[in-house]
Design a protein around this ligand. Structure first.
Ligand code: 4GT
Length: 248
């Protein structure tokens, strides 16, 4: 879905037990300046505000037993319904290690839409019925476990915000960066040209732009082939398709 005009800036709405963690590190980067400039909007909802008992309970023991606690479906659903009302049409996402792996293609789609509505889990996570009932998209940052979904939400927001028009300023560097063509980045160098006997590759100081371009491309391909055979396979398949389009 593409962003509708006159619906305000791209909006990240976050349901969390720790709203004070936002914008956190994002406030100290390009994203923070862009937030201050009104290029995007951040709304947090404290899940505890949606508890219904006098102790403001948000979690309970798991059916079937277990050491940790589970976030209550009724409380989470109320919080997420309120969160989803903030920015209509923004996909509702639960950040969890069980989710589909987040990649740059999904980041690009999310950045082009109206925003994201994010649910951050704590403890053992959220009652499965809330995930089902709300139709949440589950996304993971990788095969590792965090103590809460908040750092993952900050990562997802950073990845999206830097793609918003006007945030990075330099469309050229965006087009050249990692994953744009399923390739990793070539190596970068700056002054001094000789640092403790480690010199910069000659081609980069030659002033020969076409040779620089070809060297960088070859480096990207080499490093992708060696480090990420999975990405390389996708890149190669794409490159082949582009070379001989199907006759359908
Ligand atoms: C890992 C990831 C994530 C967690 C990841 C629910 C309670 C999930 C703690 C949370 N761990 N969230 N998004 N790899 N932990 O993306």
């Amino acid at each position: 879905m593409t962003k509708q005009p006159d619906q305000g800036p791209w909006t990240a709405t976050v349901a969390t037990l720790f709203p004070e963690m936002f914008p956190g590190p994002l406030g100290h980067s390009l994203a923070g300046q862009a937030l201050a400039d009104g290029l995007w909007r951040l709304e947090t909802l404290d899940i505890r505000d949606f508890a219904t008992d006098k102790h403001r309970t948000v979690d309970d023991a798991p059916f079937g037993g277990g050491a940790s606690m589970v976030m209550k479906p009724d409380v989470v659903a109320s919080a997420m319904q309120a969160a989803q009302a903030v920015c209509s049409g923004a996909p509702a996402i639960y950040l969890s290690p069980r989710g589909r792996l987040l990649d740059q293609a999904r980041v690009r789609e999310l950045a082009q839409g109206p925003g994201v509505t994010l649910l951050c889990g704590r403890y053992e996570g959220v009652d499965e019925r809330a995930i089902e009932a709300l139709g949440l998209e589950e996304l993971s940052l990788g095969d590792f476990v965090l103590s809460g979904g908040e750092p993952a939400a900050l990562v997802l927001i950073d990845a999206c915000v830097r793609l918003l028009p006007g945030v990075m300023g330099n469309a050229e560097s965006l087009a050249e960066e990692s994953f744009e063509d399923d390739l990793l980045e070539y190596p970068h160098y700056t002054r001094p040209q000789d640092w403790d006997g480690r010199t910069v590759p000659d081609v980069l100081v030659s002033g020969h732009h076409e040779n620089v371009r070809a060297w960088r491309r070859a480096q990207s391909e080499d490093i992708t082939r060696r480090r990420r055979p999975d990405l390389w396979a996708r890149h190669a398949a794409r490159a082949e398709k582009a070379a001989k389009p199907s006759k359908v």
